[in-house]
Design a binder for this molecule. Structure first.
Ligand SMILES: NC(=O)c1ccc[n+]([C@@H]2O[C@H](COP(=O)([O-])OP(=O)(O)OC[C@H]3O[C@@H](n4cnc5c(N)ncnc54)[C@H](O)[C@@H]3O)[C@@H](O)[C@H]2O)c1
Length: 281
């Protein structure tokens, strides 16, 4: 029993040191309230760490209750000074999303930042893409992002401030075969971002999109495991000769959420190790 507890404590310590070493200090984010979707793993999890390191309070939403509970436990142990709320829900459930956002607003008194990050891959040859797979990708990657942004936007417009970062993808700006639903949904997120940015800027909001290239997360691991993606070819095709890491996207989110990015609005910021600039062979 003691050994198990010690091991858990050591893991948490190692995790904390790892996180703290990686993230720069954006002092204006301390005490801010940050709502993160898809916070249970990958990029969303790294975002939770990054904002916690900077002293932000967190409202975390994910469809996976176990992952979310683990993240909350680790954050409580590592950052006892911050307040962490969790919500188990699908972003496709507009009613549950609105309830979660309202509950966070009521608990914290405001929502300063929405990291609209939850999403899924949908790699399949276009001729084999079943209507149900198409609808699922659009429902999660586009409709869910809209529900979350609208729910948070209602409070932000009223309070006269706020930052929304929608996670799109480099595949919202460039195309690849066998990604019809994914590319279409992410391109739509980029345009949704621009519309919300120009509509809500006069009310004091900024809305930008993150457009990552390939990042080493469960999403990519699963595509490699199921043979839908060739990891060696991927690394070779990337000018940086490696995949991105979740903390690199989380660091971009810190910058864009901070006052340092006060004049950046309505943009999709690509972080892809040079992938989309490269068009040789
Ligand atoms: N990993 C990459 O290479 C990459 C590249 C570009 C963009 N993205 C985007 O980044 C975002 C995060 O991806 P990731 O790689 O961290 O994936 P991930 O699979 O590691 O994490 C996604 C998280 O979202 C949650 N989630 C999935 N569907 C949900 C739903 N309907 N409601 C609530 N939560 C849900 C999952 O439970 C999981 O915790 C996604 O929008 C993805 O499209 C990822």
């Amino acid at each position: 029993m003691t050994n198990a507890v010690n091991t858990e404590a050591q893991e948490i310590d190692a995790h904390a040191l790892h996180a703290i070493a990686q993230y720069k200090n954006f002092s204006d984010l301390a005490g801010k309230v940050v709502f993160i979707t898809g916070a249970g793993s990958g990029i969303g999890r790294a975002m939770a760490d990054a904002f916690a390191v900077n002293g932000a309070h967190l409202a975390l939403l994910d469809i996976n209750a176990d992952l979310l509970a683990q993240v909350q436990r680790e954050l409580h142990a590592t950052f006892p000074q911050i307040d962490v709320m969790t919500f188990v829900a699908s972003i496709t459930d507009d009613v549950a999303v609105a309830q979660a956002v309202d509950a966070a607003q009521q608990h914290f008194g405001c929502i300063d930042v929405l990291l609209n990050n939850a999403g899924i891959s949908a790699n399949r040859p276009t001729l084999e893409l079943a209507p149900a797979d198409w609808r699922r990708a659009i429902d999660i990657n586009l409709n869910g992002v809209f529900y979350c942004a609208q729910a948070a936007g209602r409070h932000m417009v009223q309070q006269g401030s706020g930052v929304i970062l929608n996670t799109a993808s480099m595949y919202g700006t460039v195309a690849a075969p066998e990604r019809a639903a994914y590319c279409a949904s992410k391109a739509a997120v980029v345009m949704l971002t621009k519309v919300m940015a120009v509509e809500w800027a006069p009310a004091g909001l900024r809305v930008n999109a993150l457009a990552p290239g390939y990042v080493q997360t469960a999403l990519v691991d699963e595509l490699v495991r199921t043979g839908r993606m060739d990891l060696d070819a991927l690394v070779k095709r990337t000018p940086a000769r490696r995949l991105g890491q979740p903390h690199e996207i989380a660091t971009l989110a810190l910058f864009l959420a901070s006052g340092s990015a006060a004049y950046i609005n309505g943009q999709a910021i690509v972080a892809d190790g040079g992938w989309s600039a490269y068009s040789y062979i």
